[in-house]
Design a binder for this molecule. Structure first.
Ligand code: CA2
Length: 152
């Protein structure tokens, strides 16, 4: 069975504990279950990881690149949190790893503060999902499967 990696970055471990108007009431554990359920529907295994550390996220993107090259990974759904707006290092990691990455945001970052409007990741990403709440994770998994089948 093929696999998709779902990566969550800084502060996403706080999901469901604060700011429900922006991010909803689901916890990270709820989101990870949603992802596994969508994976089961799509016939792909889902691996979920979260880190608050940029270097750790970079290492996981590199690992994903090796697994993609080996044919055991379809791609990555990546909510890089605030690193989206700051990290040239994550941009370089995605480009360097050569793995299809779907940049994901729970909120519509373009309807929020101006500092959230720029993404360093978008130019390196295969696709971008924003503003669908946590349902976006399932949509991004389905989209990545379509991409891997040449249907998107
Ligand atoms: O909308 C998204 O998914 C974001 O990637 C979330 C990031 C934010 O910096 C991006 O601009 C947009 C923040 C994640 C922090 O999540 C929290 C959840 C609950 C309570 C506090 C933070």
């Amino acid at each position: 069975m093929n696999k998709i990696l779902v990566l969550n970055g800084p502060n996403l471990n706080l999901l469901g504990t604060r700011e429900p108007a922006v991010y909803g009431r689901d916890t990270l554990a709820d989101v990870e279950k949603l992802c596994r359920d969508e994976g089961a529907r799509q016939g792909v295994a889902i691996e979920c990881r979260q880190s608050n550390h940029e270097g750790q996220l970079i290492d996981w993107i590199h690992e994903a690149g090796r697994e993609f090259a080996a044919g055991s990974l379809l791609g990555v759904v990546f909510n890089a949190g605030a690193y989206t707006h700051t990290s040239i290092a994550l941009h370089d990691a995605i480009r360097g790893a050569g793995v299809p990455v779907i940049e994901l945001h729970i909120s519509n970052v373009h309807a929020r503060e101006p500092f959230r409007h720029h993404s360093y990741l978008s130019p390196a990403a295969r696709g971008v999902m924003a503003g669908f709440g946590v349902a976006g994770y399932g949509l991004a998994i389905a989209g990545l499967v379509r991409i891997s089948e040449g249907r998107a």
